[in-house]
Write a protein that binds this ligand. Structure first.
Ligand code: CA
Ligand code: CA
Ligand code: CA
Length: 199
């Protein structure tokens, strides 16, 4: 519709209309970037050595990082896999710190990994992140209200990244390297062994 409108104008008015349109795009894009492009998923552990499930809960986990100099409350944030979403509780992530989301109990994961004590831990409802992080391929996305702030996919799932992040060995994780790198491609993540939850 905008293109048809521009074609009907003379050259001087075309330039004016395009200038206004581009200014509008700049106006709406800058506040969104500043307001929402902050938290990011920095690590995904989808395949536990042994079994993902213990006591009917999945030990899969993801790490969410706050790269900003301010604490960020996450009660309006959610994490989705390929099927459903987990709303995060009313907690805050400190500046340059992390939140770990897992299906497992906090004590269970802390007995396996050396997670720094100050790191916030959230247990996903129902004992899984979404319907569980499928070992062959799955998707993850981080939302602030309805806005997708970060998304990725691995293995056979190309809905978040295409090409997706290649699958890795059991017991390894995907880690964003360096933290803050966000080119929206699979190359943002490396194969990490051992995983580093909370650091
Ligand atoms: Ca899994
Ligand atoms: Ca899933
Ligand atoms: Ca980490």
């Amino acid at each position: 519709m905008i293109i048809c409108f521009v074609i009907m104008l003379n050259n001087k008015n075309k330039f004016l209309a395009l200038s206004i349109f581009l200014s509008f795009l700049l106006f709406i894009s800058i506040p969104i970037k500043i307001a929402f492009a902050n938290l990011e998923v920095t690590e995904i552990m989808y395949s536990f050595t042994g079994s993902d499930t213990l006591n009917s809960k999945s030990r899969e986990w993801i790490e969410i990082y706050n790269p900003t100099p301010n604490s960020i409350g996450v009660s309006a944030w959610s994490v989705c896999d390929n099927t459903s979403c987990e709303t995060l509780p009313n907690v805050s992530i400190s500046p340059n710190s992390f939140l770990i989301l897992s299906g497992a109990e906090e004590s269970e994961l802390r007995s396996v990994w050396s997670i720094p004590p100050e790191i916030i831990f959230v247990s996903a409802s129902g004992g899984t992140i979404g319907n569980g992080l499928n070992n062959g391929g799955d998707a993850l996305s981080l939302h602030n209200l309805s806005l997708i702030v970060d998304q990725m996919s691995y293995g056979t799932n190309t809905s978040g990244l295409n090409p997706s992040i290649p699958t890795i060995s059991t017991g390894h994780s995907y880690e964003r390297d360096p933290k803050g790198k966000d080119t929206d491609t699979a190359s943002d993540f490396v194969d990490r062994n051992p995983p580093t939850p909370g650091s």
